[in-house]
Design a binder for this molecule. Structure first.
Ligand SMILES: Cc1cc2nc3c(=O)[nH]c(=O)nc-3n(C[C@H](O)[C@H](O)[C@H](O)COP(=O)(O)OP(=O)(O)OC[C@H]3O[C@@H](n4cnc5c(N)ncnc54)[C@H](O)[C@@H]3O)c2cc1C
Length: 452
């Protein structure tokens, strides 16, 4: 519980932008996990100086600080599990694009889709595309190292971060990288902060790489009898020297759910969505090559986009999975494990087997090209314990088969009990030493990633 004295000091910094009423405490108590812990207060800084002052106060009065973007996180990263002050960046959303440098300079509260829209307006492109992009912030994307369908070809958020301004947990400000395209002087501190889930510092400004916008994008939806056929087709596409922008898959149940939701009648054991982008000529040529490869793999049906309107239609089923499955059961336990791509069919078989064992419904889809599978256990409240056991078995299988327990959503609080399964003891020792070096008073987003 934060002291009255500390609150008075915060009031001096923020005035009316310090909120301690019940509405704000509830509104900032949860994220997409729906787990709830109320903060003592929420603040809305408008500049870095206010953040520095806040962090210094936190060290003096020993209260936790929880950076927060839009709260779309799936691992509880922005939840104030130990109370303290939530820092919302909704009033820090300035965005500047330097066209000649192909660089965007953004504050943390910029919405991902807004950066993409502004870049595309002048022929540039910011590829990382989490499905939450209409709501998520760049600060949250950097803290979680967010990915998305296009990351197969273009890489994840970290591949676009050329510099960061960070307020450290002790209140000093550092600038790392400064937006240069190349820079190998010293340790790579940018990588330390990208993906740190708000535990090592507060990002106050990011320098992001932009690239030329591809001329067009066209996609194929290919339907198969089984996930194994779809997986073999995906491997064949990639080993034929074609690198799609996206290579997504859906299992039978996700196809059924999306099909019922959209009214588009499709029946298949699995489907792939393969997106090719580039110049018109290249795309035309590569689409033909992909078609030939697909025909080697028990193809059941195929739908190809020839224009922008059809492009939307081809993606319709894939984009509808989340809202479609949300109607099936009240709770979605959503995991985003990664396996080596060749192990996807075995992983999916294992998921079906544990769902059968624990008598719960499961829906699987995801980024086939990256080996990143979204496993959704769809449950009622009284099935929660069984779902947790199923998740435990899934994580053990994934780690035993050379995979990772999270490819996109981070560890946060939902997976922190499994971090020892994933990381070796020596790795955890190094990470904990980094944390205590930067944050000796453990004020920055405490209780995340590692259990205390
Ligand atoms: C429908 C849906 C679809 C999704 N799809 C994807 C997907 O395809 N790919 C993917 O990767 N994720 C996805 N996510 C998860 C989520 O959107 C991402 O993790 C996103 O990056 C979180 O952004 P946010 O602004 O909502 O951050 P929040 O949830 O508010 O915070 C996330 C973490 O970032 C930290 N943080 C926020 N701002 C800062 C800052 N300025 N400095 C330091 N730390 C900070 C927080 O402390 C917290 O630990 C999805 C979520 C939903 C609800």
């Amino acid at each position: 519980m934060i002291s009255e004295k500390a609150l008075r000091e915060l009031k001096k910094i923020y005035g009316k932008r310090l909120k301690t009423d019940a509405v704000h405490k509830i509104a900032y108590s949860y994220d997409a996990t729906r787990i709830e812990y109320e903060p003592d207060a929420v603040v809305f800084p408008i500049n870095e100086t206010e953040i520095i002052k806040t962090v210094k106060l936190a060290n003096t009065y020993k209260f936790p600080i929880i950076p927060r973007g839009s709260g779309t996180g799936f691992s509880g990263g922005a939840i104030p599990i130990k109370g303290g002050i939530v820092i919302s960046f909704s009033r820090m959303s300035r965005l500047e694009i330097l066209k000649e440098e192909m660089l965007a300079i953004v504050e943390p509260g910029v919405i991902t889709a807004e950066l993409q829209r502004r870049a595309e307006k002048i022929g540039l492109f910011y590829p990382p595309d989490p499905a939450s992009l209409k709501n998520s912030t760049i600060g949250g994307n950097i803290a979680e190292n967010a990915g998305g369908p296009r990351c197969l070809k273009y890489g994840v958020t970290k591949n676009y971060v050329l510099g960061l301004d960070v307020v450290l947990p002790t209140g000093e400000k550092i600038s790392v990288g400064k937006g240069l395209q190349k820079n190998v002087a010293g340790y790579d501190l940018i990588s330390l902060f990208v993906g740190c889930e708000g535990t090592l510092g507060i990002v106050t400004k990011a320098y992001l790489k932009l690239i030329p916008k591809p001329e067009i994008a066209r996609s194929i939806r290919a339907d198969f009898t089984s996930v194994r056929d779809a997986s073999e087709a995906a491997t064949d596409i990639l080993s034929s020297g074609i690198l799609p922008a996206a290579l997504e898959f859906m299992d039978r149940k996700s196809i059924e759910a999306a099909s019922t939701y959209t009214g588009e009648k499709v029946s298949a054991g699995a489907s792939l969505i393969i997106q090719i982008d580039g110049s018109e000529e290249t795309v035309k040529h590569e689409i033909e090559r992909v078609k030939k490869v697909l025909q080697r793999h028990n193809l059941k049906g195929i739908k190809i986009s020839m224009n922008d309107e059809q492009e939307e239609e081809v993606w319709q089923l894939r984009r509808s999975i989340s809202p479609a499955i949300a109607t099936l059961k009240p709770i979605k336990v959503n995991e985003d494990v990664v396996v080596p791509r060749s192990k996807i069919p075995d992983a999916v078989d294992f998921v079906y087997a544990i769902a059968e064992k624990f008598k719960i419904e499961v829906i699987v889809f995801g980024h086939m090209g990256d080996g990143n599978i979204h496993v959704n256990f769809m449950i009622e409240e009284n099935e929660r314990e069984r779902a947790e056991q199923a998740v435990g078995e899934l994580f053990k299988w994934v780690v035993a088969h050379g995979g990772a327990i999270s490819g996109e959503h981070g560890i946060g609080i939902t997976k922190s009990e499994f971090i020892n399964l994933q990381l070796k003891k020596e790795e955890i020792v190094i990470m904990r030493k980094i944390k205590s070096l930067l944050d000796p008073n453990n004020i920055m987003n405490p209780g995340k990633i590692f259990q205390e």
